[in-house]
Design a protein around this ligand. Structure first.
Ligand SMILES: [Zn+2]
Length: 75
């Protein structure tokens, strides 16, 4: 039989899962934030044909409406 101290036992039962969950949370937060778009690079615009609001990059001069597929020109 394996003999462990009380401190080691509680570390394995309590602290180890907490540490694993913490680093899993950090990993998910990091990977999720890298996929998000930067809000300052995109602006909300409304389609002139179907009035559907959507995000488009403010550096793009032409954008395609995700709903009706019409092309919109921005200057
Ligand atoms: Zn549209």
């Amino acid at each position: 039989m394996i003999s462990v101290g009380v401190t080691t036992f509680f570390f394995i039962i309590v602290a180890l899962p907490v540490i694993v969950i913490f680093f899993s949370w950090l990993y998910v937060e990091y990977t999720h934030k890298t996929k998000q778009t930067k809000p300052e690079s995109q602006i909300i615009t409304r389609c002139e044909i179907c009035q559907f609001p959507f995000l488009h990059d403010k550096d793009d001069e032409i954008s395609k409406c995700p709903r009706c597929g019409s092309y919109l020109e921005f200057k």
